[in-house]
Ligand binder design. Sequence first.
Ligand SMILES: NC(=O)c1ccc[n+]([C@@H]2O[C@H](COP(=O)([O-])OP(=O)(O)OC[C@H]3O[C@@H](n4cnc5c(N)ncnc54)[C@H](OP(=O)(O)O)[C@@H]3O)[C@@H](O)[C@H]2O)c1
Length: 304
Amino acid sequence: MIRAVRYERFGGPEVLDVVEVEPPHPGPGEVRVDVIVAGLNPADYKIFDGTGADRHGVWPPAGVGHDFAGIVDEVGENVTRFAVGDRVYGGKRADALADFVTIHEDDLLLPLPEGLSLDTAGALAIAGRTASAGIDRLAVTAEDTVLIGGAAGGVGVIAAQLALLRGAVVIGTASEANHEFLRELGVIPVVYGEGLVDRLREAASDGITAAFDTHGGAETIDAALELGVEISRVNTIAARGYRDAEGAGSVDCSRDDLAALGALIAGGEVTVPIDSVYPIERAAEAYEYLMAGHVRGKVIVVTR
Ligand SMILES: NC(=O)c1ccc[n+]([C@@H]2O[C@H](COP(=O)([O-])OP(=O)(O)OC[C@H]3O[C@@H](n4cnc5c(N)ncnc54)[C@H](OP(=O)(O)O)[C@@H]3O)[C@@H](O)[C@H]2O)c1
């Protein structure tokens, strides 16, 4: 038997149980991954609390998670791209928080490049793809000053660095506790909340040209529009439709784009801080922490 995090009814982290289930085996074209790291995302709890279940097509009884990294330990018939022993990372909806996951080799599964740790790779599939698609959608260049709402979070911290790599000036909203960290990355930190527009005017004397809202609500979008950013250059992943702001999310990023981001991280050009690490038995606690809304980078669960 293997361990898997599952739930029988919608609810908060208290509905999550670590249960013993039969080990899965790969079908044709699939591999089985011995999961070492599983990264947590807000989408996971929006699914198990029911609010995002229809959107993602997952209803209880179900498994939890998406992002993972580990080692291929079984291959099914006709698998050509992976072999037993390969270190891999990727994502599979509602399955990743378990000792093993099976996945088709053509789905979101990538070889782990030299220099990319399992911890980081296991936390990359959703946040990395979303950040990459978000910055692409804004077509950020060295001419831009980009506002990132929620610049220290999982998506925000990657997006901020991708914009910096394109030569843009990046202003990121965050609580004071994250300011020194953001400064070290090259981001100009600004506290979110009341008075934001004035602080942004001061921080960006030449104006802001694009904005990426990763937090939701009105604030980043309102501030960007008030400062003259065109709506076509406002991307939101958490307040879609608000004042006609739309944007790219994880589904708009290809496997090749994720591989390119993995290579940037492996090469030391992008950093993804691991905020905290929980053993799989404490997955519910890990989600409680994530849901409190103030992580720096990513929260991961480990199986060993
Ligand atoms: N559509 C998609 O494809 C897609 C994909 C990924 C994520 N999302 C959504 O995007 C959102 C962010 O995801 P994530 O993984 O980056 O979440 P996360 O890692 O939990 O991000 C939390 C961050 O939000 C910041 N924050 C808290 N209150 C804030 C406020 N009032 N204003 C600005 N920032 C604030 C926190 O900064 P401080 O600690 O400094 O307070 C923290 O760094 C979630 O709603 C998620 O569901 C959508």
